[in-house]
Design a protein around this ligand. Structure first.
Ligand code: XUL
Ligand code: CO
Length: 438
């Protein structure tokens, strides 16, 4: 320890009055909420790519941060330095999981055989660290969007050769994920979509994506992967239209191609808002379909409108998220901070301060969501709202025995037009405020 971040102590819970920037104000891992420890409610994960690889490059400017960790980028020494720095980072914050793309771990070589050899070497190295620290892998994935070969898509490509390269990358990423004991395997279809329908056979592309996913499931199960496969919906960016537009679209796709037993969804907050939904909407749609698997915890910016991948600071949104998660009985996956420090927040200290912000925000969200549930006024309102279906004609409708003739006769007999009751949105919002700021 203390090799890469010598000036940063292990981060501990000090309570809300603490002014220590390197302390948690709300995340108290051992605190029990609704019968479970906070750290069990919130299995946090570090995203290898943002935290250990991305150094601030954006569309208009180069790196602002130093992520060399004392080694020359593009070498295996650098890949190993990132492992060492990453494990020191996670240990100091008490983060128990990480997520990775294949090419986050090692520099990609021109020859796929060499890339795979490097992946073997680095995963051996990571495995030793995992055993020493008890840090685990939440999920792995293959980056099938950065390399120019995927410019026309991976599963959706027009080239059978490129399709085979995508298959090869998935096979290796699954091998590494299984070797590291990952709980999940993610498909985020960054290039699975189109810029114009004029050059695109949508049906062909979607069928081929499904074929690739089926092969991945068959291979994964063959090598002993027992976890969940995930689709991570996103409506656009980099493509104009991406096929996994939102939770409902992805669920429809999975059911259409018989993939729904092996897949769940990985819901990312910023992707939800890009799709014109709230984070909680995407979580609710996933949960009611039995497909809420994991979360990419971040937030966007309504003024910028693109995928800014900011660390979560919005307690209101985190509360609504945790309300959905608690109601769904928790996640099988975890909370991966798919988030990056702002470009001018370019120091190693900023990496820690960002995670402290994100972890405290979700801790507050958990505390407040549990209070909302214990308060009971929202649940009570919703239950009463639908109470007309608990007896008489409503009960009959739910039983599935009612016919249109019968219901029409019922309405004709009542004759006078029914008066709907208030939805009381403003009252419910004031309940939320009173719990948030009690
Ligand atoms: C991109 C994104 C990805 C996925 C994994 O918007 O969220 O980092 O989480 O490929
Ligand atoms: Co993501």
């Amino acid at each position: 320890m203390n090799t890469y971040f010598p000036n940063i102590p292990s981060v501990k819970y000090e309570g809300k009055d603490s002014k220590n920037p390197f302390a948690f104000k709300f995340y108290d891992p051992e605190r029990v909420i609704l019968g479970k420890k906070m750290k069990e409610h919130l299995p946090f994960a570090m995203a290898w790519w943002h935290n250990l690889c991305a150094a601030g490059t954006d569309m208009f400017g180069r790196d602002t941060a130093d992520k060399s960790f004392g080694a020359t980028p593009g070498t295996m020494e650098h890949a190993k330095a990132k492992v060492d720095a990453g494990f020191e980072f996670m240990q100091k914050l008490g983060i128990e999981y990480f997520c990775f793309h294949d090419v986050d771990l090692v520099p990609e070589a021109d020859d796929i055989n060499e890339t795979n050899r490097r992946l073997d070497e680095i995963s051996d190295y990571i495995l030793v660290k995992m055993k020493e620290t008890n840090i685990k892998c939440l999920w792995g994935t293959a980056n099938m969007f950065s390399n120019p070969r995927f410019m026309n898509g991976a599963g959706s490509t027009n080239s059978a050769d490129v399709f085979c390269f995508a298959a090869a990358q998935i096979k290796k990423a699954l091998d590494v994920s299984v070797k590291l004991g990952a709980k999940g395997y993610v498909f985020w279809g960054g290039r699975e979509g189109y810029e114009t329908l004029l050059n695109t056979d949508v049906k062909f592309e979607q069928e081929n994506i499904a074929r690739l996913m089926k092969m991945a499931v068959a291979y994964g199960r063959k090598i002993g992967f027992e976890g969940d496969f995930y689709i991570e919906p996103k409506p656009k960016e980099p493509m104009k239209h991406q096929y996994d537009f939102d939770a409902a679209t992805a669920i429809g796709f999975l059911r259409q191609y018989g993939l729904d037993k092996d897949f769940k969804l990985n819901i990312e907050a910023n992707h939800a808002t890009l799709a014109g939904h709230t984070f909680e909407h995407e979580l609710r749609i996933s949960a009611i379909n039995g497909m809420l698997g994991s979360i990419d915890a971040n937030q966007g910016d309504y003024l910028l409108g693109w995928d800014t991948d900011e660390f979560p600071s919005d307690v209101y949104s985190a509360t609504m998220c945790m309300y959905e998660v608690l109601k769904a009985g928790g996640l099988t996956g975890g909370f991966n901070f798919d988030a990056k420090t702002r470009r001018p927040s370019n120091t190693h200290e900023d990496m820690f301060l960002s995670f402290i912000l994100g972890m405290d925000t979700f801790a507050l969200g958990l505390i407040k969501a549990a209070e909302l549930i214990s308060d009971g006024r929202i649940d009570e309102f919703v239950k009463n709202k639908y109470s007309s279906f608990e007896s008489d004609i409503g009960k009959k409708i739910l039983s599935g025995d009612a016919t249109l003739d019968e219901l029409s006769a019922y309405a004709e007999k009542s004759a006078s037009c029914p008066k709907p009751e208030s939805g009381k949105q403003e009252y419910l919002l004031s309940v939320v405020n009173s719990v948030l700021f009690n």
